[in-house]
Design a protein around this ligand. Structure first.
Ligand code: HAM
Length: 429
């Protein structure tokens, strides 16, 4: 290697991989608030947290999500492990939760089992606003027990309650039923036949989907296809009696809970495991990637993965999008400052400063203790920069007299306080 090449190599700057990003403290404060709210709200509905691995056998996702879906066929991060098995970073977590349900014999637990999760997912999509290759989901699944429509309604009520608590703006819920193993195949054949009649007028993606998955044509955002799609037969007119009754009962359940929704017969979702209820929620400020939550019923998925016949329904929220929407509507909390900045000078004051910091932190105050002594002027400047509320000034005089100086940074007033008074004073704020 030439010297020039070595230099160039040394200067190389590393950057986060395309589609991934760092979240800095100004942002993570909001992330933590959102996650804390999820823990609280989901607990009130009786859900417990599950943590599943970041990677799983590729076959799990291929089987559950579907080998023909975009997620599995184009977007998974798949690699061969050292023992030559194929593993993939999880593109979603429903498959893993179902695997865990089977693996831990959760059908023996009291049914239904109500679980939620949060964490990163991976899909190799084209990055844009609200779309990343590593993104975060907060999701929940209800497994086992019955397929009572009230479960669907309550799961949806739970997400809506969560969004309400966060004061998410412009929330719109769309619902649909995509039928079951009995009625959907018949509808899909009818749809395919109708699509074949207008094939020449469709774009290449939709043309291909006539063969692979005609339902996905309904998803098309292509302007030129909208008028054609509007005239296609609608699944709502072709549901079997059980599915039609179930769907009607889900809607009644939503009404009963005061949950507002729009019906969207074109809502089909991009994963193969769904049946009957499907839903999606959009929020404001997100541009084209405005779906903050997607979910639906997936009876039979556990069975498909080798478990007992099991009902299932759930959803996943795109946390990145949820945060973006909250930020756009000004709901983001301001970056956290400090309660107290300890400005100390002199070896005598060091021990007192360390002791004061320890006691204040134990009492729950956020304290900045500079590691080396600073002139008071400089220290107060630092305190201002950090947005501290108070500066505790500890010099030789303060330490010998036991009279500490507490300065309120907002108005510059200061007063003498004893160690005891300091705590009383700070607790008042
Ligand atoms: P999904 O619709 O594929 O469903 O994803 C759910 C949500 O994750 C989307 O609505 C979106 O907010 C977010 N999301 C998806 N891809 C990205 C991305 N590349 N960047 C940022 N956010 C993204 C599922 O994953 C199902 N497992 C949901 C479910 C749970 N159904 C039943 N149970």
């Amino acid at each position: 290697m030439s010297e020039g090449a070595v230099k160039k190599e040394e200067r190389r700057k590393f950057q986060a991989i395309k589609g991934t990003r760092d979240l800095l403290p100004q942002e993570t404060a909001l992330w933590n608030r959102v996650e804390q709210t999820a823990h609280e709200v989901f607990a009130t509905f009786g859900f417990g947290e599950i943590r599943v691995p970041i990677f799983e056998p590729t076959e799990l996702f291929a089987r559950a999500v579907g080998g023909e879906t975009d997620i599995v066929s184009k977007e998974m991060y798949t690699f061969e492990d050292r023992d030559e098995t194929s593993v993939s970073l999880r593109p979603e977590a429903t498959a893993s939760v179902c695997r865990a349900y089977i693996e831990h014999g959760m059908q023996q637990f009291s049914q239904p089992v109500k679980l939620y999760y949060m964490g990163p997912m991976f899909r190799r999509e084209r990055p844009q606003k609200g779309r990343y290759r590593q993104f975060y989901q907060i999701g929940a699944e209800v497994l086992g027990g019955t397929d009572a429509p009230a479960i669907d309604a309550e799961v949806i009520e739970m997400v809506m309650t969560f969004f309400e608590k966060l004061e998410l703006q412009g929330v719109q819920l769309s619902v649909n039923s995509i039928g079951c193993r009995e009625c959907r195949p018949k509808y899909v054949e009818l749809l395919r036949a109708e699509l074949l009649k207008v094939k020449d007028k469709l774009g290449p993606d939709s043309q291909r989907r006539i063969e692979t998955n005609p339902l996905r044509v309904l998803d098309s955002k292509l302007e030129s296809e909208q008028a054609i799609i509007a005239k296609l037969p609608r699944i709502g007119d072709h549901l079997c009696k059980e599915c039609a009754d179930h769907y009607a009962a889900v809607k009644r359940g939503l009404d009963l809970r005061g949950v507002k929704y729009l019906e969207n017969w074109r809502l089909v979702r991009g994963l193969d495991y769904y049946m009957r209820t499907t839903f999606e929620i959009t929020a404001q400020g997100l541009g084209s990637q405005d779906a903050v939550c997607g979910g639906g019923r997936y009876d039979g998925l556990v069975e498909l993965l080798g478990g007992p016949p099991t009902k299932g329904i759930g959803f996943a929220i795109g946390e990145d999008r949820l945060i973006l929407s909250l930020q756009e509507s000004g709901k983001a909390p301001v970056a956290q400052g400090r309660d107290v900045y300890i400005a100390w000078m002199g070896e005598n004051a060091r021990a007192t400063a360390v002791r004061a910091a320890k006691t204040l932190r134990n009492a729950g105050f956020s304290v900045e203790l500079p590691p080396v002594e600073q002139k008071f002027g400089k220290a107060l400047g630092q305190a201002d920069k950090l947005g501290a509320k108070y500066a505790l000034i500890l010099g030789n005089n303060e330490v010998t007299s036991g009279e500490w100086t507490l300065k309120t940074l907002a108005d510059g007033t200061q007063r003498k306080v004893s160690e005891q008074q300091l705590f009383a004073e700070l607790k008042k704020m």
